[in-house]
Write a protein that binds this ligand. Structure first.
Ligand code: AHG
Ligand code: MN
Ligand code: MN
Length: 346
């Protein structure tokens, strides 16, 4: 594994961002500040995740968020840590968080910038208390309005205009995986020195996709007829050879996606009768992982078109997600995009 920079030396995140990586790519100073802020916040979140059962941050707050979901204390704490880290960057004009109903402004007096951070502070939070991997997902967009306070127009941009996207996976090791639109790179947190070290200079999904699929089949009864037919075909239950012969489902998008990024296969969160636009949120879950997926040579679709082309309708809008090896996502599209109105019905 290549942990070194172009001169054969250990490459830290900071060294990479300032041109020390194998590609020599130099990241704009304002973007670097955002990435460094996310990395700093994730070190703190990683520490709290690793000791959650020993701290008073475990368990639910007792409230629900704008998504109608139970909020964990660590969801709110993670959001707070990210926001505090971002205030000092001077690079942002606003933020969008899964845990906040409205756009988040920077505190008065904080230096403003021209970028927007859209983030899921803690993904997979229902898994915290059973010690299963969670993560932080983020997307960076550039504002489109010329001046003044940031507006909803600055936040509702397509995934195709993302400047950068990434996630931090709090797993057996803590990894930062990100893209600036020129491939996917991975850093592993060396906790002994508190540094993210380049461990995966060029992550690609590879053509030899695993025959693995990842979907919550507990929703089967709520799926459309075409989605049911697609899954049966994938498993070889419709007469042909199976496309996939192994199932894996963690229930944390970051973990299921990370495995798919490295091994190929298919991850899906289809629309269903309960979530007719799917469950995953476009701006800070689907769009960033779609950019990473496509940058690694995979495909990311809603079942009817590229996730990166979806025009957001509101900051918490949702989308169906099919992503992974191109051949398997193409197969999904062939079932889902052909569905007309009654076949779309659940
Ligand atoms: P979050 O914890 O940020 O709300 O995200 C949970 C999401 C995502 O991580 C995962 O893929 C999906 O919910 C799992 O949903 P099900 O439990 O319905 O399978
Ligand atoms: Mn999430
Ligand atoms: Mn979350």
């Amino acid at each position: 594994m290549d942990h070194t920079d172009s001169r054969g030396k250990i490459c830290t995140l900071q060294a990479y961002l300032t041109g020390g990586g194998p590609s020599g790519q130099i990241i704009d100073r304002r973007i670097r500040k955002i990435i460094n802020g996310v990395a700093f916040a994730s070190k703190i979140i990683s520490r709290e995740v690793s000791r959650i059962s020993l701290s008073d941050l475990s368990g639910p707050t007792g409230g629900t968020n704008v998504q109608g979901e139970t909020v964990q204390k660590l969801d709110i704490y993670s959001e707070k840590i990210v926001c505090e880290a971002m205030e000092r960057t001077g690079s942002l004009c606003c933020m969008v968080s899964e845990e906040s109903e409205n756009i988040l402004s920077l505190p008065s007096g904080a230096k403003q910038g021209e970028y927007i951070l859209l983030f899921d502070p803690l993904d997979g939070s229902s898994n915290i208390d059973v010690n299963i991997s969670t993560g932080t997902i983020f997307s960076i967009q550039r504002r489109v309005t010329r001046q003044g306070d940031a507006t909803i127009e600055d936040c509702l941009q397509k995934g195709s205009s993302q400047i950068a996207a990434g996630y931090v996976l709090y797993g057996a090791s803590t990894m930062l995986v990100l893209t600036f639109g020129h491939g996917v790179i991975g850093f592993t947190l060396d906790t002994s020195i508190g540094e993210f070290i380049l461990s995966h200079p060029n992550i690609t999904m590879g053509e030899h996709s695993s025959r693995m699929y990842s979907v919550n089949e507990g929703n089967y009864l709520f799926w459309s007829e075409n989605q049911k037919r697609f899954l049966k075909t994938l498993k070889g239950l419709e007469g042909g050879e199976p496309y996939c012969t192994t199932s894996r489902y963690v229930g944390s998008l970051v973990a299921d996606f990370h495995r798919t990024l490295f091994r190929g296969g298919l991850f899906a969160y289809p629309a269903d009768a309960k979530n007719t636009n799917g469950k995953l949120r476009l701006l800070y879950e689907a769009a960033p992982v779609a950019m990473l997926c496509e940058q690694a040579g995979g495909k990311a679709s809603t079942g009817e078109g590229p996730i990166l082309d979806v025009a957001p309708t509101d900051i918490h809008c949702r989308t169906p997600v099919y992503l992974g090896s191109r051949a398997l996502v193409d197969l999904a599209d062939s079932f889902l995009s052909s569905q007309d109105s009654e076949e779309r019905s659940y």
